[in-house]
Each structure stands twice: as C-alpha cells, then as structure tokens.
Design a protein around this ligand. Structure first.
Ligand code: HEM
Ligand code: HEM
Length: 180
C-alpha cells in the first residue's frame, strides 16, 4: 500500500463538503432565527430545523473524525513552510474542536430543562442530564462565541485554500474537490 497517498477519497471529500455546508447553513440559520419574534411563523420552525440539522452536524463530525483516524493522511500537495505547516495543523485542530463543541453546546442548551431533541419528527435524542438554568446560560454563551469565532477560523481556512489555488497554483484545493 502507498504510505503517502496524494489525495482524498470520495468519502473524505463528501464528509468535508457536507460538514462545511451544514455548519455554514446552521450559522446563518442560527444568526437569523434568534432575532425572530414569538409571533413569527418561523419562530418554532426555524429552531426545530436548526436543532435537527445540528444533530446531523454532530453525526457528520463524528464520521469525519473516525474517517480521519482510520484513513491515511495525504502528504501535503506542495512543500510547506514551517509557518504553513503549523498554521494548517492549528486551524484544522480548531475546526475539529468547533465541529464537536458547536453541536454539544447546542444540545446542552436544548436539553437543560430535561427535554430531548426531536430530529425531523423521526427520532428523539434523549436528554442525558438535566443541567438547569445556570449551565444553560453557560452553554448559550459558549454556543454564541464558538459560532462567531468559528466563522473567523473558517474564513482564514478558506482564504488559505484560495491562496494555494490562486497564488501558489498547487493542487491543495483541487484535490479536496476532485480527489487528486
Ligand atoms: C465549516 C467549514 C469547514 C470546515 C469545518 C472545514 C474543516 C476542514 C478540516 C478539519 C480539514 C482537515 C482534513 C484532514 O485533516 O483530513 C480541512 C481540509 C481542507 N479544507 Fe476545509 N473546512 C471547511 C470549509 C472549507 C472551505 C469553504 C474550503 C475551500 C474553499 C475548504 C478547503 C479545504 C481544503 C483544500 C482542505 C485540504 C487541505 C490540505 O490538503 O492540506 N474547507 N477542512
Ligand atoms: C455545528 C452545529 C451548530 C452551529 C454552527 C450552530 C450555530 C448557531 C448560531 C450561530 C446561533 C445564534 C447565536 C446568536 O447569535 O445568539 C445558534 C443558536 C442556537 N442554537 Fe445552534 N448551532 C449548531 C448546533 C445546534 C444544536 C445541535 C442545537 C440543539 C440541539 C442548537 C441549538 C441552538 C439554540 C437553542 C440556539 C438559541 C440560543 C439562544 O437562545 O440564544 N444548535 N446556533
């Protein structure tokens, strides 16, 4: 077996782009829905959708991480400077933390009163602990700050990918899209 694969498998790419889409969608939906008034038709519908897709985001994150742990990491598409190597490692590490902590903090907000999380009316993820108001407020703060700090990290990550494509003219972005 090749010890240094040069690209990402179709599963790795699908998981990456599905995760990116769901997280960005949830950030937009979350930002929009918290300003709705109680009398808005989307007040409950928006939150229900947010929670359902939020659970999907968690499942995708776990699948992404399992795939990464059992798969082989491709060698960089191009030789990296020490700064780029450390920067990419740090950014990817923070993105993995974000992928897990966003759904977990959201789950802790929603289950603080002991209710489970209904997912598209199909299954209910049970509340594991009834944390109460103080922990709920803490989870709300965490969810809020992580979402918007996360957006900054995603912006840097995206700019780095575009810089590789446009300035370095290497395959870093293309191989996340087309495999090699
Ligand atoms: C919520 C949004 C996103 C998240 C959470 C995310 C997360 C990640 C993570 C964790 C990795 C490392 C994968 C690994 O170690 O196997 C990665 C790689 C990568 N991402 Fe993203 N990403 C996001 C959005 C984007 C966007 C919008 C782009 C491009 C426009 C992008 C381009 C790439 C590329 C090209 C790689 C491969 C880098 C390499 O081969 O060194 N990502 N992403
Ligand atoms: C990657 C996954 C997620 C992302 C990116 C995300 C993002 C957001 C954002 C941006 C907000 C608005 C924050 C504000 O401006 O006040 C928000 C609010 C909220 N989210 Fe999420 N969320 C995710 C997952 C979840 C999950 C899984 C749940 C519950 C099961 C959840 C429940 C909530 C609730 C209840 C609020 C309203 C909080 C409040 O009352 O201020 N979220 N989310």
């Amino acid at each position: 077996m090749n010890p240094h694969p040069t690209g990402y498998s179709v599963v790795a790419r699908l998981l990456h782009w599905a995760t990116a889409l769901v997280i960005l969608g949830l950030t937009g939906l979350g930002w929009w829905m918290v300003d709705l008034s109680y009398y808005d038709a989307w007040y409950n519908r928006g939150l229900d959708l947010h929670k359902s897709f939020g659970i999907i985001a968690y499942v995708l994150a776990v699948a992404f991480i399992i795939r990464k742990l059992i798969g082989q990491a491709p060698a960089p598409a191009t030789p990296l400077t020490t700064f780029e190597r450390i920067g990419a490692k740090a950014a990817h590490g923070m993105l993995f933390i974000l992928m897990l902590l966003m759904p977990v903090s959201g789950y802790l907000i929603s289950t603080s009163s002991g209710d489970g999380v209904d997912v598209f009316g199909i299954v209910t993820v049970p509340a594991l602990i009834k944390t109460g108001d103080q922990a709920r407020d803490l989870a709300i703060d965490l969810h809020y700050w992580l979402a918007y700090v996360g957006l900054g990290i995603i912006a840097v990550h995206t700019l780095a990918a575009i810089k590789h494509h446009v300035i370095n003219k290497d395959r870093t972005l293309m191989r996340m899209l087309s495999g090699r």
